[in-house]
Design a protein around this ligand. Structure first.
Ligand SMILES: [Zn+2]
Length: 329
């Protein structure tokens, strides 16, 4: 009859309410557990620190007891790694940038052997620790390169079988496809690394597939091998001139705080470098460079008009010196 219906409707209503309540409870519990998305605002300069000094080799490379890879947290989402100079004198720097759900490793050092140079193990350790600290899981790793010289991708192979990993590749085409650069080197593109904006452009001169990266969050400008405190081996002077001036333009348009790069070969004495192959650099200057040094390089582009070695306080220009190429494979 008529009064049997209301209880049924009531039961249905109660059922729906019950399911809704359970769903709501799940939702509340889940959002409490879910990590907050990290924001990388462009209008604030995320602070960071460099070490007082980098691990810089030892008198006897045989007796070196330093870790194979120095790991330095510039800040909580930005790591700078350096290969032990006793393993390879290049003492190359590598970078690990984190965004939401993703990390990017730029360069893989000068040594292939995981026994001598366990780069993947070290990177995995940093990623695990970062994930735990930020409540993120199974983030992707992108394996990228500043340029295509063997002293910067030797341990690339350690990552090829790594799960959840994007290998950008070691050909010019693969690199430019990844970044979305179809007009190299002029084009300036923006790359979204999990909410962290990177500005990327071609910066040839030292090598014809090199890129430079401006990180809008930290305001670091990464100049790889085309500008660092050492011997700048230039295979193509005109290309380098254009690249350096473009970096100056990027620094004019953005609040760049430091220039960071791949090697230290200078001593603290202006204009004096360590000999090629040095494995102990007790008097090395900081790795990071200043905008004044970039100005000095821009000035050099107006002064130099022929091949040769040109000495500046903070770097040396090896302009199209054929034997110069051979020291950087
Ligand atoms: Zn190089």
């Amino acid at each position: 009859m008529s009064f049997t219906k209301p209880p049924e409707q009531l039961r249905t209503f109660a059922g729906i309410a019950c399911v809704a309540a359970v769903l709501l409870a799940f939702d509340v519990a889940f959002s409490a557990m879910a990590p907050a998305r990290i924001s990388f605002p462009l209008d604030e300069q995320a602070p960071g620190e460099f070490p007082a000094e980098w691990i810089h080799g030892s008198k006897s490379a045989m007796d070196n007891t330093d870790p194979p890879v120095q790991v330095h947290a510039y800040n909580e989402h930005t790591y700078i790694l350096r290969e032990n100079k006793a393993i390879n004198y290049e003492g190359a720097f590598m970078y690990l940038f984190f965004g939401n759900g993703v990390a990017m490793l730029i360069d893989q050092g000068s040594t292939s052997s995981p026994a001598l140079f366990p780069l993947r193990e070290v990177v995995d350790g940093v990623i695990d620790e970062w994930q735990e600290r930020n409540g993120q899981h199974d983030i992707e790793l992108i394996v990228a390169n500043s340029h295509l010289h063997g002293d910067h991708y030797a341990a690339w192979n350690q990552f090829v079988d790594r799960p959840n990993t994007v290998m950008v590749g070691l050909t010019h085409e693969e690199v430019m496809n990844f970044w979305g650069i179809d007009n190299y080197p002029q084009q300036i593109v923006t790359y979204d690394l999990g909410g962290r904006e990177l500005v990327v452009t071609g910066s040839p001169g030292h090598q014809g597939s090199e890129i430079a990266i401006y990180d809008g969050w930290t305001d670091l400008l990464y100049t790889g091998d085309m500008f660092y405190r050492g011997r700048l081996y230039l295979e193509d002077w005109d290309a380098w001139v254009t690249s350096i001036r473009k970096l100056r333009d990027i620094a004019d348009q953005n609040p760049v705080v430091h220039l960071v790069n791949n090697h230290i070969e200078m001593t603290t004495t202006p204009g004096l470098d360590y000999p090629v192959g040095t494995t102990w650099q007790p008097d090395e200057p900081p790795m990071e460079m200043t905008l004044e040094m970039l100005d000095e390089a821009v000035e050099a582009t107006f002064e130099i008009d022929r091949p040769g070695i040109y000495i500046y306080d903070d770097f040396l220009i090896y302009n199209e010196i054929p034997w110069g190429y051979t020291t950087d494979p």
